[in-house]
Ligand binder design. Structure first.
Ligand SMILES: Nc1ncnc2c1ncn2[C@@H]1O[C@H](COP(=O)(O)OP(=O)(O)OP(=O)(O)O)[C@@H](O)[C@H]1O
Length: 498
């Protein structure tokens, strides 16, 4: 098989800290290479070196038999190497066509954009590649899945021979991910070489031909996907066996702690359910089903139009998140970067953001010893990869930033903890650790509401699951009724027994 690109002995340090050490990577024509490793292993850094964002300290890169020295992303893109980041780089108030050909628009004699030609070129490109997009749609109005298709169309428009995808499915529904896999299959047929970064083992096996594993910036080798078991891959990544991806629970389910009756907000209609002490109560559904919105209403972020909420049998009115926190409810949001971090603050400062009031002394000053204890606790419990608690959080890898936010909310020790997609972007080893933390919480009689798009997680972790579809509750499944098939059946809006 033809090798399109060869990275040899790549090393990179940031302020004397070595994050890549003699790493090799080969990208083959028409193949998907999975790039695996724990949070902070160096995957994104390696891709950023290839795409010209960072400069390598050592090593060589050979592309189509010539050495290249990527200096900036534009140069690399012109060569035919494109990268699609998790945080998509699109301009929201422009159309699909304007975004795809950004800065390369066809011009008329007056040096103005020739829209007729721009839309025609775009329609042709979309049709040829089976991309279901409308060239005139404004990008800001599209779903994350569609936005990603725009990025892919852009990559194809550069005649890319290599496309790098950094956790492309982390914000996609299962349905949208499946569409992306179909697009990847057709790119493969055209001979495009793809690097696919993901923490989801199921999709690594679904889409990759080979996998390369990094651990702590070191090259742990490459495997054919058909010749390696999931257990072996996890051991290569983590350096030890993980006995069980879903640790055993031994929680006892008690009385009802939260009861929601006919809750209606702008986004959800007539939702009724209850959560019991010691229970992991799951909420499943496709993107836009109203899972997050139900919890936002209960937590006092969105206005409740009608309906009632009872906590320990007492009717309560939660008008804002402070009241929710005072009542023992915690909420780890879905868009953690936007809602949960101050990027220019240190790990330590970010660790205590949610509990500043709790760690102030009687004179209103922050108790620094407590601050240090809490941040070190989070670093240890969630294995946050950072030089120290003084590190500015924006320099941590994406997954490690997420761990700090989850840890911060766990420190509040609420009676009911709402976790919105808590393991998105988190590596397999830490996922198991987060599941153990959930089990510890419920073992103490506290409750967890787990919103999740990962079906294996829902099936293995939840005691009951409420399935939603387009703002409505379809079904609450009891433990013995929970299966991936049943969840999908109700999630797509079907009614009745299955
Ligand atoms: N600009 C930077 N300055 C300092 N350190 C950095 C910088 N960028 C990355 N690092 C460090 O390099 C290491 C590797 O980070 P990288 O983002 O490549 O990890 P990753 O494997 O992509 O992780 P994740 O799965 O969490 O996205 C981390 O320890 C991170 O803190």
């Amino acid at each position: 098989m033809k090798i399109l690109l060869n990275m040899k002995n790549i090393s990179k340090s940031f302020s004397k800290i070595n994050v890549l050490n003699n790493v090799n990577l080969k990208i083959e024509e028409g193949k998907v290479l999975g790039l695996l490793g724990e949070n902070g292993a160096g995957k994104s850094t390696l891709m950023k070196i290839l795409s010209g964002v960072y400069k390598k300290d050592e090593g060589i890169i050979i592309f189509e038999d010539k050495e290249i020295n990527p200096q900036n992303p534009k140069e690399v893109q012109t060569l035919g190497i494109s990268i699609i980041y998790q945080e998509l780089n699109l301009i929201d108030n422009m159309s699909v066509a304007e975004n795809i050909y950004l800065g390369r628009w066809p011009l008329n004699v007056y040096k103005k954009i020739n829209y007729k030609c721009l839309y025609e070129n775009t329609e042709k490109l979309l049709k040829e590649n089976n991309l279901n997009l409308n060239s005139k749609d404004i990008v800001g109005n599209l779903s994350v899945g569609k936005k990603q298709m725009v990025e892919i169309a852009k990559a194809i428009s550069f005649n890319s021979k290599i496309i790098l995808m950094d956790e492309p499915t982390s914000a996609l529904s299962n349905d949208e991910s499946e569409k992306l896999f179909n697009i990847i299959e057709s790119l493969k047929e055209k001979g495009v070489g793809i690097v696919f970064i993901s923490h989801k083992m199921e999709e690594i096996y679904r889409i990759c031909d080979k996998v390369k594993v990094l651990r702590d910036g070191k090259d742990m080798g490459e495997k054919e996907i058909n010749n390696v078991t999931e257990k072996e891959l996890i051991k290569m990544m983590v350096g030890r066996d993980i006995e069980d991806r879903f640790p055993k629970k031994n929680n006892e389910i008690g009385e009802t702690i939260l009861e929601v009756k006919n809750l209606t907000s702008k986004k959800v209609k007539n939702i009724s359910f209850n959560v019991r002490q010691g229970e992991v109560f799951g909420i499943a559904g496709l993107m836009g089903a109203g899972r997050t919105e139900t919890m936002r209403a209960i937590f006092g972020i969105d206005k409740i139009f009608s309906g009632e909420v009872y906590l320990k049998g007492k009717k309560i009115s939660i008008k804002n998140p402070e009241i929710a926190i005072k009542n023992g409810i915690g909420f780890v949001p879905e868009d953690r970067k936007k809602e949960g971090l101050i990027l220019d603050f240190s790990v330590l400062q970010n660790s205590v953001l949610a509990i500043l009031n709790k760690i102030k002394n009687i004179f209103g000053y922050i108790n620094h010893k407590e601050e240090i204890r809490i941040s070190n606790n989070i670093i240890e419990n969630l294995e946050v990869k950072t030089n120290s608690n003084k590190q500015i959080i924006k320099y941590l890898s994406g997954g490690n930033q997420q761990k700090v936010i989850i840890g911060k909310w766990l420190e509040i020790k609420p009676d009911i903890l709402i976790l919105d997609d808590p393991t998105r972007g988190i590596d397999v080893g830490t996922k198991a650790q987060i599941y153990s933390l959930i089990n510890n919480i419920t073992r103490k009689g506290k409750s967890v509401i787990l919103i999740s798009s990962e079906l294996p997680e829902v099936v293995n972790m939840c005691d009951r699951v409420m399935v939603m579809h387009e703002g409505e509750l379809m079904k609450v499944l009891n433990k013995d009724e929970i299966s991936q098939e049943r969840i999908m059946y109700y999630a797509i809006g079907k009614k009745g027994a299955i």
